[in-house]
Design a binder for this molecule. Structure first.
Ligand code: GLU
Length: 480
């Protein structure tokens, strides 16, 4: 896309209106990948001009998550509210007013509400009716001096087709007759998103704007502003909507987590989450079925041409699978350190860290998310109830089952406590099992766990320890 020799400049332009949404992280990640792929620059610009929507702590959350995600910016943070104080936006509003591209509007909230109601009743799209467009300069000055409240509106030229060449969606044409005379500056002197966004993208030399598809209707307004200022507009890339797992509706809080923070709390790994989010609306294509990418690979492969138009389903099953792949590859000690707090919060009564560590070790290869720690293997630290039917391997008899359990008991009894190690148990019991593994290992596994499905009997015996393992086997023998 960047065929010209200009240096790529992108910006993260979040509004501090709450915990960071995964859609915001996706936009920033694409910004970052694109900038790094093209040796470009990332600016962090905080769009904080709408004080009524601001949520305390949002900026801190944002900063922390940018750092956590490993997508650092090169310049900033620049706060738009600081630029308001410096009079930046006022200066540009004055230019528009002077050139006749904007006008003062004194209409009250009541009047605008009334107007909108009428338009709705007539089934016409709600638009400002331009009542204030004809006010004389003198009248405007007098009313301002009288202290009347006003906003500045953009004078949208009528009957024009505005063409957006979107890097993802292709050509989009919108007729200006459907574009409202947008408010550019509110009565409190703060610019609206549209004005501040355009002015800043221009002043900061932004070459590429990445944002969610929901902003596409704002883009014609922005292009009109660029035209009014005689500025070159950046290139736009509207990223596909995030959808629920079924791919039908827009992703909503009601269907599950949407804040990045929620995923972190559940124990998803950073690299897995980044990998997952990167593939929400993009993949390297070319018949490549690879799904696991490091940040370096993502930077290398990221190509705007491969971003999809269709909405991207946020499928937690896929995320879980990805996360499990990352857990598998992790260093075991590091994994224990990270998963331990999740185990403890799931089972605060189990205090024995040695046991917890062992359980985590055997869970590692199958665990999808840390918050599952211990949940599937509670029989390793709680008492179990045994059903003799479960002890029977296929069509073996109860007598056979008893024999096999006695054999297991004999083998295990002989092991010295100091040799009660995972590897050792594994080798010993597998060689004892010989060719007919099920016949020997099934009753043992069932005796140790009381479960239809569980980790191997060797792993379970290792966690349970010699004494408890023997006890459980003896109890099972009694049932036969
Ligand atoms: N502040 C907007 C947001 O919160 C930025 C939209 C844009 O990138 O233009 O998403």
């Amino acid at each position: 896309m960047n065929t010209e020799s200009e240096k790529v400049v992108v910006r993260y332009a979040p509004s501090p209106t709450g915990l960071m949404h995964i859609g915001t992280l996706r936009t920033m990640l694409y910004d970052y990948l694109f900038a790094k792929h093209n040796n470009g620059k990332v600016i962090l610009r905080v769009e904080d001009t709408d004080k009524s929507r601001e949520v305390e702590g949002s900026y801190e959350n944002l900063e922390r998550l940018i750092e956590w995600a490993g997508i650092p910016y090169d310049e900033g943070p620049i706060f738009q509210s600081d630029r308001v104080k410096e009079g930046v936006y006022r200066k540009y509003v004055d230019i528009l007013l002077k050139n006749g591209d904007a006008y003062h509007c004194f209409c009250t909230r009541e009047r605008l509400d009334e107007m909108r109601k009428k338009q709705q009743a007539q089934k016409v799209p709600p638009m400002y009716d331009r009542k204030c467009i004809s006010l004389s300069k003198e009248e405007v000055s007098r009313r301002i001096e009288d202290g009347e409240e006003y906003v500045i509106r953009f004078l949208v030229p009528k009957d024009k087709d505005i063409e957006i060449k979107d890097a993802v969606r292709g050509k989009i044409v919108i007729n200006t007759n459907t574009v409202d005379d947008q408010v550019l500056m509110k009565s409190d002197g703060f610019p609206t998103y549209h004005l501040a966004n355009v002015v800043d993208d221009h002043e900061m030399g932004v070459t590429h704007v990445f944002r969610g598809e929901e902003w596409v209707t704002s883009t014609p307004k922005h292009i009109l502003l660029y035209n009014a200022f005689k500025w070159k507009a950046p290139k736009f890339a509207h990223l596909p909507l995030l959808l629920n797992a079924d791919g039908k509706k827009k992703l909503s809080k009601r269907q599950g987590d949407v804040a990045v923070e929620d995923f972190i709390q559940k124990g998803y790994l950073k690299n897995a989450l980044i990998n997952f989010i990167a593939l929400l609306g993009w993949n390297p294509g070319g018949g490549d079925t690879k799904e696991i990418f490091s940040m370096e690979e993502l930077i290398e492969k990221f190509d705007l041409k491969k971003v999809h138009k269709a909405g991207a389903a946020v499928d937690i099953k896929r995320l879980n699978w990805m996360n499990s792949q990352y857990i598998k590859k992790m260093d075991t000690q590091e994994f224990i350190i990270q998963a331990m707090p999740h185990f403890k919060s799931n089972f605060p009564d189990l205090k024995d860290e040695e046991v917890i560590k062992k359980i985590l070790v055997i869970e590692k290869d199958r665990m999808e998310v840390y918050n599952q720690a211990g949940k599937e293997n509670t029989f390793l630290f709680n008492s179990i109830s045994l059903d003799k039917e479960l002890l029977i391997w296929k069509d073996a008899s109860l007598t056979d089952t008893k024999k096999q359990l006695e054999r297991a008991l004999q083998v295990l009894e002989k092991i010295d406590e100091t040799n009660w190690e995972r590897e050792f148990l594994n080798k010993l019991l597998l060689s004892e099992a010989g060719d007919n593994k099920g016949e020997f290992l099934w009753p043992l596994r069932a005796a140790l766990t009381g479960q239809k499905y569980s980790p191997s009997p060797m792993d379970c015996a290792w966690v349970l320890g010699k004494k408890e393992s023997l006890n459980r086997i003896k109890k099972a023998i009694k049932l036969c």
